[in-house]
Design a protein around this ligand. Structure first.
Ligand SMILES: [Zn+2]
Length: 269
């Protein structure tokens, strides 16, 4: 099985040929000596097909599949987008500041000194005992932090004291599915590479794209749907006929900083 299987953390531990902390039981058929993959999951050594990619409801195998083909910037922004999903559980200014600085770091907008100060602040507050490791990860290796942030955030969502015990497994799975939506916003569909006609990058289009990033909804980091809709209309007005770009911008989202379509307009990778 893929390595990511045993990296998962979840409040429940399923005993299977040892004491592995595994996925919710609903993910697996457990029999002595075997683990059976369910729909949407991929066996070790096999590249994902487009159908598997589109059906996948766990960011871990998609990250593994893409890891060497995507930018460090987008991996880190994905980690930050995951962390913003549990903003209300972080509960202290140091944690929030850490996520904000990590986003700026992804775009090379902070110095190493500012980054180190944010790491120190996030790591010293007592309230960070539960969420601290997640925050520290946003400053580590980009691939590692995206893998671990996704996993830890899903676990934190499941451990949320406001979630009844009977709903924790569902909360974990809901969080992973939400992460997959963020993932597809940021990384798109690797089976459908898109090229942009540079004439579509008019001053109006790039100004709208820039504003969508700068005027996002905080603390969630979600881009305003109205701004994205106006951007899609503006793109169409300048002759954009790429259905994939337009349908992504007009789709249900949510969109976050690092969105592949907006990055394409702003020449970001
Ligand atoms: Zn998007």
């Amino acid at each position: 099985m893929r390595g990511w299987l045993i990296l998962r953390e979840y409040p429940r531990t399923i005993k299977f040929a040892g004491n592995f902390p595994l996925f919710p039981a609903s993910h697996w058929t457990c029999q002595p000596g075997t683990l059976t993959l369910h729909a949407g999951e991929v066996a070790e050594g096999e590249a994902m097909t487009e159908a598997e990619w589109l059906a996948c409801d766990d960011p871990a195998p998609m990250l593994e599949d893409l890891q060497s083909r995507v930018s460090r910037r987008r991996l880190r922004l994905f980690a930050c987008a995951c962390c913003r999903r549990i903003w209300h559980l972080l509960e202290d200014e140091g944690s929030w500041k850490a996520v904000e600085v990590a986003e700026q770091y992804a775009d090379r907008l902070v110095s190493n000194k500012e980054r180190a100060a944010a790491v120190a602040l996030a790591g010293t507050l007592p309230a960070m005992l539960a969420a601290g490791p997640t925050i520290k990860l946003v400053f580590g290796d980009a691939l590692e932090c995206s893998q671990h942030a996704a996993s830890e955030v899903a676990s934190a969502a499941a451990r949320n004291p406001e979630v009844p015990d009977t709903c924790r497994e569902n909360a974990y799975e809901v969080e992973m599915r939400m992460q997959c939506r963020l993932f597809r916003c940021i990384f798109g569909n690797p089976f459908r590479p898109v090229s942009l006609d540079p004439t579509w990058r008019t001053p109006t289009v790039t100004a709208l794209a820039t504003a969508a990033y700068e005027e996002r909804i905080l603390p969630t980091g979600i881009l305003e749907a109205d701004r994205i809709a106006v951007l899609a209309d503006a793109l169409e007005d300048v002759g954009c006929d790429n259905a994939y770009i337009l349908s992504h911008l007009r789709g249900p989202g949510p969109h976050v900083r690092g969105c592949w379509a907006i990055d394409l307009l702003l020449k970001k990778e």
